[in-house]
Unconditional design. Structure first.
Length: 289
C-alpha cells in the first residue's frame, strides 16, 4: 500500500481548510496528498447529460480551488486529485482504506467550539478503520507561515489497552516535536458510590491506584518515543468534559472509537460524540478493537 493522506473536498470553505490541514499532515509524514471529490449520485443514462456535465464542472472547480490553496503553502508536495461517483460516505470510506489518514472538513457549531458532524461525516467515521481527522476553518491559519506546535491531547482508557490510539497519538506528537497530555477519567467503584459519605482516604487511594495504572500503561510508549514530553493526568469524573476542557489551546485531540457494533449498528460512543461536538481543536478519531 502506498502511504498517503486523503482529504474529502466539496468546494466549501471547511473542506478547503481540511485540504490545507491535510497537506501539512502529508508534509510532516513525507507522503503524497490526495484530494477527492465525490459526486453524490451515480452517473448513468438515466441522469440528464447537462446535470452530469454540471456535476463534473463543480467537481473540477472544487478540486482546483483546494489545490490552489495547498500549492501556495506546499509547492513541493506531491498532490493528486480525483473525483468519484456514489454515496459520499461509502466512497470516502473506500478511499480511506488505501490511506494512512482521512481528513474531513466540518462546520463549527459556534464561534470557537464544536463540530457540526452531519450524516456524511458520521457515516464515514463509522465506516472506516482508517484514522479520520475533522477540521474546521478556525483550525487553519490564513497565512502560509510555518506551523508551530504546542500540545496534543489523547484520551486514554486504562481498561481498554488502546494500542492503536496511543500509537497514533505518540507518532503524531513525535512528528510535531510537541508535548502530549494523556488524560484518563475514572469513577469510584459502584459499591463506594452507593454511600453518601465516602471516606476521603479511600478516594485518594483509588486515585493513586488509577494514576499508577496509567503510568504503567504509558511507560512502554515513553520508551519507544523518548523525544515526546508526556504529561499524564488521571481525573475523577466523566471523560468527555475533561477532554473538552483540555482541548482549549491544543493542536489536536485524539480519541478512540470501538470497532464493535451494537444491535443498532456501528456508533461513535458517548465520549467521542461529546468531544466531536464540543472540542476547541481538530479531532482525530482512531478505530480500535
Amino acid at each position: 500500500m502506498k502511504h498517503l493522506v486523503t482529504v474529502g473536498v466539496d468546494g466549501s470553505p471547511e473542506s478547503r481548510a481540511a485540504a490545507v490541514w491535510g497537506a501539512q499532515e502529508a508534509s510532516l509524514r513525507e507522503v503524497p496528498l490526495r484530494l477527492v471529490h465525490v459526486i453524490d449520485w451515480p452517473i448513468s443514462p438515466a441522469v440528464p447529460r447537462l446535470d452530469c456535465d454540471m456535476a463534473g464542472r463543480w467537481a473540477d472547480e472544487a478540486l482546483a480551488a483546494a489545490l490552489e490553496d495547498v500549492r501556495r503553502r506546499h509547492p513541493h508536495l506531491e498532490i493528486t486529485t480525483r473525483y468519484l461517483s456514489g454515496r459520499p460516505a461509502a466512497a470516502l470510506a473506500v478511499e480511506a482504506a488505501g490511506a494512512d489518514l482521512l481528513v474531513l472538513g466540518s462546520r463549527s457549531l459556534g464561534s470557537l467550539l464544536g463540530f457540526l458532524v452531519g450524516a456524511v461525516g458520521t457515516a464515514t467515521l463509522v465506516a472506516t478503520e482508517t484514522p479520520v481527522t475533522l477540521v474546521r476553518v478556525a483550525d487553519v491559519p490564513e497565512d502560509a507561515e510555518p506551523t508551530r506546535y504546542g500540545e496534543m491531547i489523547v484520551g486514554v482508557d486504562i481498561h481498554e489497552a488502546p494500542d492503536k490510539v496511543l500509537a497514533f497519538a505518540f507518532e503524531e506528537a513525535a512528528r510535531r516535536s510537541c508535548a502530549l497530555r494523556a488524560i484518563h477519567s475514572w469513577k469510584l467503584p459502584r459499591a463506594y458510590r452507593s454511600f453518601p459519605n465516602v471516606d476521603p482516604d479511600n478516594e485518594r487511594e483509588a486515585g493513586r491506584s488509577v494514576a499508577q495504572m496509567l503510568d504503567e500503561l504509558l511507560e512502554p510508549w515513553r520508551r519507544k518515543f523518548p523525544s515526546v514530553n508526556v504529561d499524564q493526568v488521571a481525573l475523577m469524573g466523566p471523560a468527555g468534559p475533561h477532554l473538552i476542557q483540555a482541548s482549549a489551546g491544543a493542536d489536536l485531540v485524539v480519541v478512540g472509537r470501538h470497532l464493535r457494533r451494537s444491535p443498532l449498528g456501528a456508533h461513535l460512543g458517548p465520549v467521542t460524540h461529546a468531544v466531536l461536538h464540543h472540542a476547541a481543536a481538530p479531532v482525530a478519531v482512531v478505530a480500535h478493537g
